[in-house]
Design a protein around this ligand. Structure first.
Ligand code: PLP
Length: 397
């Protein structure tokens, strides 16, 4: 039995069955390449679902972790944590935000945002304003509140009763937002570009118009930047493309470029609603993870990562559009920066499996959308290599 198969069998015995896993047993990663336990190399255009934005094991993140690991791994939020303070300062200096709450995942960051919206609304408008408008096909995480915050049945079926107080609108439909805002509405929460929903980009002007509706009606605007944030779309944060600032933004995935950390960034006016004792997280912003976050942020801010995301994003989309001219089952190529989707007229799951066999990691979301979210350090040679593999797979279909 191969080394890989024995791990797979052991995993089937004791690990929760919550994921349909591909037969790859991960061992090492470097840059845009993942190596399995048997030494086979894969070009990684999945990047841990848009987590490894700096590639696998970025040397500065690894060095920060190694250094911090020898000094202090964990310390309670009952005390002051310099690495956390530094990371909060960096996030605020480079965004609309004034204050940061740290947690450990995207779902938790969104939980914090939902609690903030309700608490602010209670403090300022009384008991009858608690409703939050979210978009259909959105994805905000897997906790009870965050599965309640999307209307996707495949995510929420079996876990009811869900958390009340959410209203859903089709993503990109401004009229629907207008007609859904009511006396009980306190906030609107959106992904600037929907990730899991299929790399859905809203019509031009939509986010600005939602911002205006929020201002007119005294609503908080929450952007879930868990997937689109940290250079993925070519700017540090996706909201910066549209010149529209949210009141609250959630981050996680690529914030420390690998280690688990989440953050909710908010304007002071709203952040003030969460005073001492109102919310918390044992590990949130602990020294080890915050040190990795600081190291990752330094790379996002000081290198040519954002420029590369723009240039390689343009190159990748151009190459995928070339493929589109050759294959009639490619319906559309869309995206921003290195957040790229290719919508097919056929199911994409089989293509993902074949790609894995051929040494390429891609993903399919929303059934028919191939998703390309490589590390932001990807090169044009790596994109060419990916396109060659994909072209050969398409030819055989
Ligand atoms: C991945 C994701 C989440 C959930 O993040 P977890 O860390 O898995 O809890 C939330 N929102 C968006 C947009 C995401 O892509």
């Amino acid at each position: 039995m191969s080394n890989a198969q024995s791990w797979i069998d052991r995993g089937l015995t004791h690990v929760a069955k919550t994921y349909g896993r591909y037969p790859l047993v991960a061992a090492r990663g470097k840059g845009c390449w993942l190596t399995d336990i048997d030494g086979k190399k894969y070009l990684d255009f999945f990047a841990g679902v848009a987590v490894n934005n700096l590639g696998h094991c970025h040397p500065e993140v690894v060095a920060a972790l190694q250094d911090q690991a020898g000094k202090l791994l964990h310390c309670s939020n009952f005390f002051h944590i310099p690495q956390q303070i530094e990371l909060a300062g960096m996030l605020c200096e480079h965004s609309f935000g004034d204050r940061v709450f740290f947690c450990n995942s995207g779902a938790e960051a969104n939980e914090a945002a939902l609690k903030l919206a309700r608490k602010y609304s209670l403090d300022n408008h009384g008991h009858d304003r608690f409703e939050i408008i979210t978009a259909k096909n959105s994805f905000h995480g897997r906790t009870i509140a965050t599965i309640s915050a999307t209307d996707q049945e495949k995510i929420s079926t079996g876990f009811g009763p869900l958390v009340p107080g959410f209203k859903y609108v089709p993503f990109g439909d401004l009229e629907a937002v207008k007609t859904t805002i009511g006396p009980q509405t306190c906030a609107i929460m959106l992904e600037p570009i929907q990730g899991e929903g299929g790399i859905n980009i809203p019509p031009a002007g939509y986010l600005q118009a939602v911002r205006e509706l929020c201002d007119q009606n005294g609503l908080l605007l929450i952007f879930d930047e868990v997937q689109v944030g940290l250079g993925r779309t070519g700017k540090l944060f996706a909201y910066q493309h549209d010149g529209v600032e949210p009141d609250v933004m959630t981050l996680a995935k690529a914030l420390a470029a690998g280690p688990p950390i989440g953050a909710m960034v908010a304007r002071e006016k709203y952040a003030a609603a969460l005073g001492a004792g109102t919310h918390g997280s044992t590990f949130g912003g602990n020294p080890l993870l915050a040190a990795a976050g600081v190291a990752a942020m330094n790379v996002y801010l000081n290198g040519d990562i954002l420029e590369n995301s723009v240039a390689m994003g343009n190159y990748l989309r151009a190459q995928l559009e070339q493929l589109q001219t050759k294959y009639s089952f490619i319906a559309q190529v869309r995206g921003q920066g290195l957040m790229v989707g290719m919508e097919l007229t056929i199911e994409g799951g089989g293509i993902v499996k074949t790609a894995l066999d051929r040494g390429l990691l891609i993903n399919c979301t929303a059934g028919k959308v191939l998703r390309f979210v490589p590390p932001l350090i990807v090169t044009d040679e790596e994109i060419d290599h990916m396109i060659e593999i994909l072209d050969r797979i398409f030819k055989e279909l």
